[in-house]
Ligand binder design. Structure first.
Ligand code: HEM
Length: 438
């Protein structure tokens, strides 16, 4: 036992079935793992059909990536001669190396998808709106947009590390997009790949970005994101409860002049009813929130593991700057941009509009800026926050859905319908046999 009468065991584990609110509250105060939870949460915040737990799943995937990434660092060597052979060793020599690599790569793909789904859910529930209790959800939304960008950067920087054909040519596409920026393009490309050609300097640059720099930024942003949720008064669905009880309070003050049984000053019957309703809506975080997080964690780990076993992760031929695959494709989450680049490259006689800049920098840049500023442009009422598809936000939701569908259609075209020379083929059409480009 320590000085305060709390044993080390109590600090690490807690009762899953507290017998009283007092015991539940105490476990939050005393326990090392739980102390960052609020003492109580609303039932609605825990409901699956509000958040679908997409943010929590994203956080668990980030944790899986952290653990498997550190284990991979024991084996991976960031040199253009050794990188590819170490990947082969992982796949065929190291015990369960294929599983370790598979779980890491699968979690990376899933994280990109789930962070995106999470953003879509936050948009549809207008959970970026300023809360009535103060706080700054718009700021947390901007942190979220940064997290989305960092997640994409993390995934892309890891894509290069196996140093196979997929990795090398994805890097070529990326560096060409960087080069297409007017005036500064060549300098940005030089900075990105560490020289004028993709080689050892590029690999070590991306290794440091992927293993140190970007994970630290992501971790800092995630911790701040979580802290902000607490500061902003919990999830946005709580706002409706606060607004409802505020409304009841105002209405009751306007209509009643007597207090409960004439005893309590200023505590009208309706006020007590709404306060009680609020009380009934709140449940202790321990064990309710703790249990849900545990289930989501186990479920996410299980699904990632099963998918990693079922889907063998690709490792193509070693990187070769002399043999260009045709078509050379970017990672799946950038295929919509690659398609945009192809669609915005326009040749008019001797003039060419550079699609690399329009589709690869300008359009995604404007989209990202619009996304970040969106909470300040949306003028819907606070009643729209924390509710799925509120009627008054119909127009906003339709525009957003069209943008998301547009991205998905471009992804599909880029991923499935583009064949050699980036020509269009329906999924059921065979591609022509073409000689390799040397
Ligand atoms: C690494 C990426 C991210 C992680 C780990 C993460 C994590 C979380 C978690 C755990 C929650 C609590 C609710 C839930 O589980 O859904 C949450 C809420 C929230 N997230 Fe994220 N998030 C990420 C990215 C984003 C992005 C891309 C956006 C938007 C652009 C965003 C905006 C928000 C907002 C505004 C809330 C409050 C939602 C509400 O009040 O209902 N987050 N996030």
């Amino acid at each position: 036992m320590t000085q305060q009468g709390v044993s080390w065991i109590d600090k690490l584990i807690w009762s899953w079935a507290p017998e009283s609110f007092k015991e539940a509250g105490e476990s939050i105060v005393k326990n090392f793992w739980l102390h960052w939870f609020p003492a109580k949460v609303s039932r609605r915040s825990l409901a699956f059909n509000y958040s679908f737990w997409l943010g929590t799943i994203s956080a668990v995937l980030f944790a899986i990536l952290g653990v498997t990434g550190v284990l991979l660092m024991f084996l991976y060597v960031p040199s253009v001669e050794r990188a590819y052979p170490t990947m082969k060793d992982l796949d065929y020599v190291v015990a369960y190396g294929w599983l370790l690599r598979g779980v890491h790569r699968m979690a990376a793909h899933l994280m990109v998808a789930f962070v995106f789904f999470h953003m879509v859910r936050v948009f549809y529930t207008a959970a970026y709106k300023k809360s009535p209790t103060g706080g700054s959800r718009p700021l947390n939304w901007i942190v979220g947009v940064l997290l989305l960008v960092v997640t994409l950067a993390l995934s892309y920087s890891g894509y290069l590390l196996p140093w196979d054909q997929l990795a090398y040519w994805a890097m070529v596409i990326g560096s060409n997009v960087a080069k297409s920026v007017p005036i500064l393009g060549k300098k940005i490309q030089f900075l990105l790949i560490g020289g004028t050609e993709i080689g050892q300097a590029t690999l070590i640059r991306f290794y440091v970005l992927h293993c140190v720099f970007l994970p630290l930024i992501a971790l800092t942003l995630i911790v701040y994101h979580m802290w902000r949720i607490r500061k902003d008064g919990g999830l946005a669905c709580m706002d409706q409860m606060v607004l409802k009880s505020e409304k009841e309070r105002v209405e009751s003050v306007g209509s009643k002049t007597y207090s409960l049984l004439g005893i309590t000053r200023g505590m009208e019957v309706n006020v007590l009813t709404s306060a009680r309703a609020e009380e009934e809506n709140l449940i202790p975080s321990a064990p309710n929130l703790a249990k849900r997080i545990l289930w989501v964690t186990l479920f996410t780990m299980f699904v990632t593991m099963v998918l990693a076993i079922l889907v063998r992760m690709p490792l193509e031929a070693p990187a070769n700057s002399a043999v260009a695959p045709n078509p050379a494709k970017a990672p799946w989450y950038f295929l919509w941009l690659q398609e945009l680049i192809a669609d915005t490259t326009i040749r008019l006689g001797r003039f060419t509009i550079n699609g690399g800049f329009v589709g690869g920098v300008l359009i995604p840049g404007v989209l990202a800026l619009w996304l970040a500023l969106w909470p300040f442009l949306d003028k819907s009422s606070p009643q729209a926050a924390g509710v799925w598809f509120p009627r008054e936000r119909l127009r906003q939701n339709v525009v957003f859905t069209l943008i998301v569908l547009g991205i998905l259609v471009l992804l599909f075209i880029g991923g499935i319908c583009r064949g050699p020379n980036w020509d269009f083929y329906w999924p059921w059409q065979p591609w022509p046999e073409l000689p390799m480009h040397f």
